[in-house]
Ligand binder design. Structure first.
Ligand code: G4P
Length: 530
């Protein structure tokens, strides 16, 4: 077998998802600390720049003071080569966030122990479920007053519809937090605050009834622990690697990223339970990285105008099989020609560096002279297959957009089309008119600001934007639909995409249901095909 297969086997590529403030940045930073990629926590996360520090690496983002992209970090730990895909949270939320999940093989969900499942987690989770990738839960901030542990698990099961299997179990929370009980070894891992987590903590495991344990755990806490474990053993799902791999069972861990507690334990278990690079579907069937020897990758994100002086772009791709060498020639399937992948870049903590070689499972960014689109396949395989496209995710905010100066129509169309091609926004048209009226759909409202900013700064076009009341979009799956005969509701809107495919906009769920009832056989979908 080729040498690089052993490299691919070491890869673990996952996305980290959470609601803002649950502790995703802190946990990521602690992973880097344990992976030796940074010497001391806090070194990449200064107080002043706290929120965006580790993964906000692009000047352009810093200039704008907003984070518009998802970043990738690579580090080594315990013989594994780990790629973390960061997914920006709250107002930064965009389609990129969803697409990032398409490039990952598993997801780590960080939940604030005092809050349970929150809105953003729910949205991202849907994509993980659609892809059936393994999902691991880290319940964070146990050093603060947390919700009842069973309530937390119930919350995950009900809200997200996935079974949970706690690998460890917390003893107290907040001031009373004493550590976690390992259900497998039946040992206690005692909680130490490692100088607010600036240095790596020692994992101290002691037998449940040892002298050391009884010194810190009170007899009430023992009693409660015993009761809870008994209840848990009877009620919760047993660990089943097969179900974990299918994304049907989420292993749950407890800890406190800020104080480094539980981070190493989580990493060790997670790395054993998660998957090496997974096979991907193509038009020639499944491509398995453990068997396919040729290089192949797909583009999941395009970042424009990294350098203001040139209108250049970086295409981020997930390598699915084989070995990548800097400057290699590959076949760009959708473009139908050979291209040289130049200036390949990879990220190491906060630095960007050139890559010489990379393997299946890795993410690289390559210079894009404007030829790549989201979902494109690159390969050296003589078979020239194309990976399954990346679905278009339903935007939730809509606005009618027009240029202020009618003389700038051409520039406006060019700008808005290019930005749409990068996948930051989706553009639609009124159903019965031409390009006159453009309707823009975005996943997060911040994208409206980004669009306005970029049209003004990069294309010198001022725009007027009128937000529309719609919140839901549905693609019509029926091939032979007669749009004139469709019975809608008064607040529904018919639009079409640039490929002339019909879509519907709705104000609320109720309206969607009504339209479905009124039009038997109508198939509506939340995800579009690219
Ligand atoms: P995010 O990326 O998910 O948005 O969250 P982030 O890591 O930035 O953490 C949000 C806040 O929660 C930060 O506090 C962080 O220090 C704190 N935090 C993270 N993990 C823990 C934990 O395990 N325990 C406790 N008690 N706090 C935690 P901040 O005050 O907003 O920022 P900072 O000034 O501390 O950097």
């Amino acid at each position: 077998m080729e040498d690089f297969i052993s490299e691919i086997k070491k890869r673990r590529t996952f996305a980290i998802i959470s609601h803002p403030d649950a502790g995703k940045t802190t946990l990521t930073e602690k992973f880097l600390l344990y992976g030796g990629a940074i010497a001391q926590a806090g070194s990449v996360k200064g107080k002043a720049t706290a929120r965006h520090a580790v993964s906000d690496w692009m000047e352009i983002e810093k200039e704008r003071g907003i984070s518009v992209t998802s970043s990738v970090l690579q580090f080594q730990y315990g013989g594994y080569c780990i790629n973390i895909l960061d997914t920006p949270g709250h107002q930064d939320f965009s389609e990129d966030t969803y697409r990032t999940l398409m490039a990952a093989d598993s997801a780590v969900m960080v939940i604030d122990g005092s809050k349970g499942v929150e809105a953003q987690t729910r949205k991202l989770f849907k994509v993980c479920v659609m892809r059936h990738i393994p999902i691991f839960t880290f319940i964070n901030k146990m050093d603060r007053e947390a919700m009842d542990t069973f309530d937390l698990l119930d919350d995950i099961e009900k809200e997200l519809g996935i079974a949970t299997c706690p690998i460890n179990w917390p003893i107290g929370s907040g001031k009373e937090f004493r550590g976690v009980y390992d259900r497998n070894t039946k040992e206690l891992e005692l909680f130490y605050d490692t100088r607010k987590g600036t240095v790596m903590g020692e994992v101290k495991k002691v037998p449940i009834r040892s002298e050391e344990a009884t010194q810190s755990v009170t007899s009430e806490q023992y009693e409660k622990l015993e009761e809870e474990i008994e209840l848990l053993d009877g009620a919760s799902a047993e660990f089943d690697q097969e179900l974990v791999s299918q994304g049907k069972l989420s292993p749950v861990f407890f800890g406190s990223a800020l104080t480094n507690f539980g981070v190493e334990t989580f990493l060790e278990h997670f790395l054993k339970m998660t998957t090496p690079p997974l096979p991907r579907m193509s038009d020639k069937g499944e491509i398995d990285p453990m068997k396919e020897t040729d290089f192949s990758a797909f583009v999941f994100k395009i970042q424009a105008n990294m350098n203001k002086a040139h209108r250049d772009r970086i295409a981020f791709m997930r390598i699915c099989s084989g070995e990548f060498q800097a400057g290699m020639d590959v076949f760009h399937v959708q473009g139908g020609k050979k291209v040289r992948l130049s200036q390949p870049q990879q990220l190491m903590a906060s630095e960007r560096k050139m890559v010489e070689t990379a393997y299946g499972g890795d993410i690289i960014g390559v210079f894009d002279p404007g030829i790549f689109s989201i979902g494109d396949t690159l390969t050296t395989s003589p078979e020239k297959f194309a990976y399954e496209g990346i679905p278009t995710f339903a935007p939730e905010h809509f606005a009618r957009v027009r240029q202020v100066d009618t003389m700038k129509r051409k520039q406006f169309i060019k700008g808005i089309s290019q930005i749409a091609q990068e996948g930051a926004i989706q553009i639609f048209q009124e159903f019965n008119t031409g390009m006159e009226e453009i309707i823009v759909g975005v996943v997060g409202v911040l994208q409206f600001d980004v669009l306005k900013y970029r049209l003004e700064n990069e294309y010198r076009v001022d725009i007027r934007m009128d937000t529309l009341p719609y919140e839901h979009i549905r693609w019509i799956e029926n091939e032979d639909i007669d749009m004139d005969r469709l019975t809608g509701t008064s607040d529904m809107k018919k639009i079409k995409d640039l490929k002339d495919r019909p879509l519907l906009l709705f104000v609320n769920d109720w309206s969607i249901r009504l339209v479905q009832e009124r039009n038997p056989g109508l198939i509506l979908s939340e995800f579009g095909r690219s």
